[in-house]
Design a protein around this ligand. Structure first.
Ligand SMILES: [Cu+2]
Length: 125
């Protein structure tokens, strides 16, 4: 190996380490839903290279309204999937999209972008 190959290899390793850290170990942000007087549990989520917060806690049996504000044009996040709730929604850039659902069962339900790269979870208690 010459110097260039070593540098390329090391850069590649550093990038892989960063990607692994980013997807699996970076700090998760948890937010509990705020219930309105009408009993709707509301949560605001910003979509920008990920979901923030990406862990959302709600109570079972009460309607949930998630407000997704997509703060970017990156096509990765243009679609939102919540397979457990049969939800598939387009998120227009720089707009808020409301997603309503009624969690009937306790558990942790994943939501992702259309490609499954961005991830968040809805924790129903
Ligand atoms: Cu994506």
């Amino acid at each position: 190996m010459d110097t260039t190959e070593i540098i390329v290899t090391l850069t590649g390793l550093a990038l892989s380490a960063f990607v692994i850290w980013y997807f699996f170990f970076s700090a998760r942000q948890t937010a509990a839903a705020v219930s309105t007087s009408s009993g709707v549990q509301e949560v605001d989520i910003t979509v920008k290279g990920g979901y923030s917060p990406d862990v959302i806690e709600v109570e079972r049996g009460k309607p949930v309204q998630l407000s997704f504000y997509r703060d970017e044009e990156n096509s990765c996040s243009e679609e939102l999937l919540m397979p457990d709730f049969s939800i598939r929604r387009d998120l227009p850039a720089f707009k808020t999209t409301l997603v309503e659902l009624l969690p009937q069962q306790a558990g942790t339900f994943t939501f992702t972008c259309g490609m499954g790269m961005l991830r968040g979870s809805l924790v129903v208690k």
